[in-house]
Design a protein around this ligand. Structure first.
Ligand code: CA
Length: 250
């Protein structure tokens, strides 16, 4: 039986790195202590120059940004952050700050908090902007997925024009095979006629037009249908063309 000491240490959970940009040490210390207790990894900088250096040195998950700073104002810091990416930003506003929320929103602040504020309110705002940022990232991820067609055990990457197995093993396709497969996979369970297949291949100088569609189809089947027992992904529709069935169970 393994002793307690031989157990691997559990992986430390990722602590979100929060940058607190605030020149009032009383305020920044209060926020930092509170966020540490709440499981964050906070760091304090007092100037916009400090923010730039810190953001360039390591990945920041969220920025708490005071508007009144000694070197430049928070707006120019916000503009700089937005030019580099989408890190969530919560602006802190003092009584003397003229806050134009419209300008702030155009510049891309995610939320505002007026001083003095309750630390629990700050935490609630942080959760809400982080949730929105995660959702935005998920949507961006979905858009990236549309650059690939997935069927049976295969992924056809449209940006690299590569066919890969689920395990990521690439399979070489000729240009003609690639074009035919894209047309078929984009039209699942529909008859694709021989004329349509000729159209995607015709007039190209990437391959001499010396092989019939049937030869390309038969090569594609050989590459795609790895098990002789499984039904082919490309079915022949007699006298008309072919039909792509993306799921072998169907
Ligand atoms: Ca200030």
């Amino acid at each position: 039986m393994a002793s307690q000491s031989s157990q691997p240490a559990p992986a430390a959970p990722h602590k979100p790195h929060v940058l607190i940009v605030e020149d009032d040490p009383a305020v920044s210390k209060l926020i930092k202590t509170y966020l540490e207790r709440e499981g964050y990894d906070p760091a304090v900088v007092e100037t916009v120059a400090g923010l730039r250096a810190a953001a360039e040195a390591s990945k920041v998950d969220l920025v708490i940004l005071d508007i009144g700073l000694p070197d430049e104002d928070g707006w120019s810091a916000l503009r700089w952050l937005r030019a580099r990416g989408n890190v969530p930003v919560i602006m802190l506003t003092g009584k003397s700050d003229t806050v134009d929320k419209v300008i702030g929103l155009e510049l891309g602040a995610d939320d505002y908090l007026a001083k003095p504020f309750d630390l629990r309110e700050l935490l609630a705002r942080m959760h809400s902007v982080q949730r929105r940022a995660d959702q935005a990232q998920a949507v961006a991820g979905d858009a990236a997925k549309e650059q690939a067609l997935t069927f049976a055990e295969w992924v056809l990457d449209l940006s690299s024009q590569q066919l890969k197995s689920e395990a990521g093993e690439p399979v070489h396709l000729t240009q003609a095979e690639y074009r035919i497969l894209v047309l078929l996979a984009q039209n699942p369970r529909r008859v694709v006629t021989r004329d349509q297949l000729m159209d995607v291949m015709a007039g190209r100088d990437w391959e001499p037009f010396d092989r019939s569609i049937d030869v390309h189809i038969s090569n594609l089947r050989r590459k795609l249908d790895t098990s002789p027992k499984a039904a082919s992904l490309i079915r022949t529709v007699r006298g008309t063309g072919y039909m792509f069935i993306p799921d072998r169970g169907a």
